[in-house]
Ligand binder design. Structure first.
Ligand SMILES: Cc1cc2nc3c(=O)[nH]c(=O)nc-3n(C[C@H](O)[C@H](O)[C@H](O)COP(=O)(O)OP(=O)(O)OC[C@H]3O[C@@H](n4cnc5c(N)ncnc54)[C@H](O)[C@@H]3O)c2cc1C
Length: 344
């Protein structure tokens, strides 16, 4: 694990729509930030849960696809050069004696931050795990929930579990590279793209892989080594599939996780904030979007955008309490236009 240590004005935890807009609002005020997400890409719920669905209640965009909204937000943050840290969960947040914050992630990145914005939504998305006895001991070596390097599976007996896009895409991609490939899904219908499901069926018909409608019952061990998976098919047959490597794609579920352990005041499993600057019970730690709670809170993207704007002013004041704050318009402020890289 490589340890990266960094000073940062602001660390934003969560790159969902609200965390992304926070980069923009801070950038307008000349404040730099780092942003961390446990997922490998930005977008939070929009990208993970409903990328193709149209959203109708974003002001001035009568209809906007959820992924399109994230792409537009990413474009809008570009002038401000935020640093993105994907695929890592923030596991530690502690106040230091000098008033700054120690922030650490699951992959060893450490920050000393002047302020922190928690934009963690409904929590960090975690893979649903293979729940058969003994599986945990093989996770990361023989049982995987995402592909870090496709070549790890070349020439191996491989079992892929699941029926969504990830399961189908990797089945098609690895079929002719693996020594053998079995796909197991509890139903004959797939949630993934129909074209990829059809391609998988073609590979089955060509004798290049096998598909089983069934569920995993237990691990098949050879001494201490994983040798296969024991499955039960829908018609009640029990069979053992050879498996040096297993890829399980059962989807993701959100987990409030470490956020609940940082000593911040909670209300209904959400972080209590004020409505002036969306600051939590610890000065210097702000919370915006679905993760916060205050009287009248509505979990809407629109509300999170408003919260990000006021949190940015709260952060500016926290960083520089003596400085008078001015409201400036992007239409007329030369300094904001300079930061945006527009104007004359
Ligand atoms: C099916 C569906 C349809 C919806 N339709 C609409 C709609 O039409 N209009 C609307 O306004 N809203 C809609 N919503 C709600 C909207 O998606 C949420 O309000 C919005 O996504 C909240 O954004 P956020 O940035 O607060 O959190 P999220 O989108 O939840 O993003 C939070 C991010 O934080 C990350 N994270 C959390 N904890 C950690 C940690 N410890 N370390 C690192 N990363 C962490 C997560 O991985 C996640 O990526 C819909 C929601 C769903 C599920």
């Amino acid at each position: 694990m490589s340890v990266v240590s960094k000073n940062s004005d602001v660390v934003i935890i969560g790159a969902g729509p609200c965390g992304l807009f926070q980069i923009f609002e801070l950038g307008l005020l000349g404040i730099q930030c780092d942003i961390v997400d446990s997922l490998p890409q930005p977008g939070g719920q929009c990208t993970e849960l409903y990328p193709d669905k149209p959203i109708y209640d974003i002001p001035a965009l009568p209809i906007c696809g959820a992924q399109e909204l994230i792409d537009r937000l990413m474009e809008q943050t570009k002038p401000f050069g935020a640093t993105f840290h994907f695929g890592q969960e923030v596991t530690e947040l502690k106040k230091l004696e000098n008033g700054k914050f120690h922030v650490a992630t699951s992959t060893g990145t450490q920050f000393v931050a002047t302020c922190v914005v928690i934009a963690g939504g409904v929590g960090s998305f975690q893979p649903r795990r293979l729940s058969v006895p003994g599986a945990e001991a093989f996770e990361g070596r023989h049982i995987h929930y995402r592909v870090k390097s496709a070549s790890d599976f070349h020439g191996k007996s491989l079992v892929i579990l699941g029926g969504g896009d990830s399961a189908l895409d990797w089945t098609v991609a690895l079929c002719e590279k693996a020594k053998s490939l079995h796909l197991v899904h509890r139903r004959a219908e797939f949630r993934g793209a129909p074209a990829t499901a059809a391609r998988m069926q073609e590979l089955v018909e060509a004798g290049k892989m096998k598909f089983h409608e069934g569920t995993v019952q237990s691990l098949h061990l050879d001494g201490e080594k994983l040798a296969g998976l024991n499955i039960e098919t829908k018609d009640g047959r029990k069979t053992t599939l050879p498996a040096e490597q297993v890829l399980a794609f059962f989807g993701l579920h959100p987990k409030l996780g470490p956020i609940a352990e940082w000593g911040l005041e909670l209300d209904k499993k959400a972080l209590k904030v004020d409505t002036e600057k969306f600051q939590s019970s610890v000065p210097g730690i702000f919370a915006i979007g679905d993760i916060n709670h205050y009287p009248g809170k509505k979990k809407l993207i629109l509300s999170g955008f408003h919260e990000a704007a006021l949190a940015a002013f709260g952060i500016q004041h926290h960083m520089n309490p003596e400085k008078r704050q001015f409201l400036q318009y992007t239409t007329t402020s030369p300094i904001m236009q300079k930061r945006l890289g527009v104007g004359g």
